[in-house]
Design a protein around this ligand. Structure first.
Ligand code: A3P
Length: 301
């Protein structure tokens, strides 16, 4: 049975037991040189880019070659350690461990999705010089998306009211830690680790095709014109919202009566949530925390 967990502090980072119960296997994980990692702070477009990669490497499902499984089975959520459904025959539920799923995977490359901050990424990924894609989304839309997600996801701590949630986000007391530290430290990693492709959610919304082209050149992939057209159609927000591979409809731990997993997919939804006073306070605090002048989100002055 899944239940809403407590927020816990683990080695200086806020998280829940679902992401730390398998910690030893996570830290000792053996990467393979062709592993591809998608790293994001929560709610920054991880599902979107994971689906792009899945389609680029393994193709669309067609009647001739159908593909089964939902996205979390195709692109493994690395740090997750999660009880599965109760077996009808009784007995304890199976436990889903990202590391185990990856160890057993024979297809190559393995596509791996994680929210780990840079300092917790197992050293094997660096040693193997794996390709890493980082997707960043502006802080205000990230916190709004996260708030709605925490309302509907029954495996996240209770979000509480919007104002206290926003302040908790500013303090970094969120599952997967501080947005500010996550984005800044992955951005800085780019200067010393060249196999890292940094993307912005806002650029993806502005021109998905252009960003997929950049992604393909980073990955050394050359899809045909037809494949690219098919891919672009499949990853449009409206088609992903209807797509059972990604929309998390029917998951027992998502209450879709409260909010959709594929919610709005827009840039600037924060304007519908922040009051003028909240925005001023947030901006002031943001300037103190985000000091690196080279990190600029698209359309930022
Ligand atoms: P919103 O809650 O603002 O709608 P993640 O996958 O990292 O959890 O990120 C989820 C956010 O990405 C959600 O934001 C979701 O709607 C958005 N998203 C997912 N697929 C998208 C797409 N094809 N186009 C635009 N946004 C998308």
């Amino acid at each position: 049975m899944v239940s809403r967990p407590e927020l816990i502090e683990f080695q200086g980072e806020w998280t829940t037991h679902y992401f730390r119960d398998n910690w030893e296997n996570i830290q000792n994980f053996k990467a393979r040189p062709d592993d591809v990692l998608i790293v994001t702070y929560p709610k920054s477009g991880s599902t979107w880019v994971s689906y792009m990669l899945d389609l680029l490497y393994y193709g669309q499902s067609t009647p001739q070659s159908p593909r089964t499984g939902r996205l979390h089975e195709r692109v493994t959520v690395f740090e997750m350690c999660f009880p599965g459904p109760q077996p009808e025959s009784g007995g304890p539920p199976p436990v889903y461990r990202g590391t185990e799923q990856l160890d057993n995977l024979v297809t190559s490359p393995r596509l791996i999705r994680t929210h780990l901050p840079v300092r917790f990424l197992p050293k094997s990924f660096w040693e193997q010089n794996c390709r890493i894609i980082y997707v960043a989304r502006n802080a205000k839309d990230s916190v709004v998306s996260y708030f709605h997600f925490d309302r509907m996801s029954l495996v996240q701590p209770e979000p509480g009211d919007w104002n206290s949630y926003l302040h908790r986000f500013m303090e970094g007391k969120m599952v997967h830690g501080s947005w500010y530290d996550h984005v800044s430290s992955w951005w800085e990693k780019k200067t010393t680790y060249s196999n890292l492709h940094f993307m912005f959610y806002e650029d993806l919304v502005e021109d998905t095709g252009r960003e997929i082209d950049k992604l393909c050149s980073f990955l050394g992939l050359s899809p045909s014109v037809e494949e690219m057209e098919g891919l672009k159609g499949t990853v449009e927000f409206d088609s992903m919202k209807q797509d059972m591979v990604v929309n998390q409809v029917g998951f027992p731990w998502m209450d879709t009566k409260i909010s959709s997993f594929m919610r709005k997919g827009k840039v600037g939804d924060w304007k519908n949530h922040f009051t003028v006073a909240q925005n001023e306070e947030f901006e002031e605090d943001y300037k103190k925390k985000m000091k690196n002048p080279t990190l600029k989100f698209p359309n930022e002055p």
